[in-house]
Design a protein around this ligand. Structure first.
Ligand code: SAM
Length: 216
């Protein structure tokens, strides 16, 4: 029975990648494979597992959300993550995005401010064997200086501007992907690249994320 349920989830996942992600133009084969491999239904409440592969965000604990699958894939593609890369995720939430990044990267540190979410994400990631993803409970708006610099930083909560601390923690050639814009309205996914002391930034997709809370 469990095998049949897992197979149904797998079929839904493959359809999700085909229709929602490839169908909207995500092309990076490593990102597509990561999205095909990570069991998103394991990162949501049991009663929502049947909705895990639908084309929208879902509620998780602490009034937060697990992002729409297409947006997770789009951000991962924009971050251009290679197999040797060290990645920082700000906003662990359910842990799903961290799992996708862990498939793409050498290692991931994911920072979440809600203890309950951080603990539950760490447990699911551990149970599923994503041993190269570590979850830290802290204010990620300041990045994670202890393990900087990072080849890529992916922020899954919206900031009013590009946080200088996160840019400082990028390695030379590093990429920051972050939703930026007025919090009550829609924001723009923004890709920042660091080359030495120079940065470039470009907006590439309108989105709507929960706010990045700045505590410190
Ligand atoms: N990546 C997540 C997933 O796959 O489920 C989705 C994350 S949700 C859209 C945004 C998360 O950012 C929330 O869990 C929220 O608590 C967290 N967050 C907001 N501000 C934060 C901060 N300053 N530091 C760390 N986490 C923060």
């Amino acid at each position: 029975m469990a095998g049949a349920a897992e197979d149904r989830h797998r079929q839904r996942r493959l359809a999700m990648v085909r229709r929602q992600i490839e169908g909207r133009g995500v092309r990076d084969p490593r990102v597509l494979e990561a999205m095909r491999s990570v069991p998103r239904h394991r990162f949501v409440a049991r009663k929502l597992a049947g909705d895990a592969y639908k084309d929208h965000p879902l509620p998780i604990a602490a009034g937060q959300t697990i992002s729409q699958p297409y947006i997770v894939a789009l951000m991962a593609e924009a971050a251009a993550i290679g197999p040797q890369d060290r990645v920082l995720e700000v906003g662990t939430g359910s842990g799903y995005g961290a799992a996708v990044l862990a498939v793409l990267a050498d290692s991931v540190v994911s920072v979440e401010r809600h203890r309950k979410l951080a603990d539950s994400a760490a447990r699911v990631l551990g149970d599923l064997g994503y041993d190269n993803a570590a979850v830290v409970c802290a204010d990620g708006s300041q990045g994670y200086r202890e393990e900087a610099p990072f080849d890529a930083v992916v922020v899954t909560a919206a900031a009013s501007g590009i946080p200088p601390r996160l840019v400082e923690q990028l390695a030379d050639g590093g990429r920051l992907v972050i939703p930026v814009g007025p919090l009550a309205f829609s924001q723009n996914l923004t890709l920042v690249r660091r080359m030495g002391n120079q940065t470039t930034s470009k907006k590439f997709c309108p989105v709507r994320f929960v706010p990045l809370i700045e505590e410190s």
